[in-house]
Write a protein that binds this ligand. Sequence first.
Ligand SMILES: [Zn+2]
Length: 213
Amino acid sequence: MNLAILGPQGSGKGTQAQRLADNYQLLRLETGKILREMAESDNPDAEEIKKTMLDGKLVSDNTLQKIIEERIESNSGSGIIFDGTPRNLIQYELIKNILKKRGENLDKVIYLEIPEETTIERLSTRRTCERCNRIYNLHTNPPPTPEKCECGGNLRQRSDDTPEAIAKRLNEYRQATVPVLISAKAEGKLVEINGTKSINEVYDEITKMLNLN
Ligand SMILES: [Zn+2]
């Protein structure tokens, strides 16, 4: 089973992706995280990736393809869950082609829908640990204290998590992603989920829609 999970920032897709990966032995392919790690490594592509990310752009299709193929190659699980990709129609076709070459399909595209106000509300109360990068939410997933992580590290709010910056990112995200959703729907692959409910309710809804329970 190969899945992709998409949704605007704050939709909780990372949490759901990890749960699905754990419970169904899927490789969670979080390309954003892989790219951040590569940018900090001595990888030959590190400089290019770093620059692209600083500019707020998407990495080249070649780089994305390389990353995905390398990770899939060594995967011994029973499938993959793409977390946060595809970000646009080109990446969607790319992922489908990579899987096709392996005689596989992208089976379902899960979309966690939340209203813009929810994204803004969730992101502005988000805090990240400087030491271990753990992400908390002051309301839904609170840290031991508003300033400290469980590991003792200091918590920070991302400087680009202002309501204006969030609204701008959301708009860009939607423009790029809507064509993916339209395409996935036409192919009978789209699973739309209301992402405003609790983590458990959203998870139950996903497994129900995928006929996993
Ligand atoms: Zn920490």
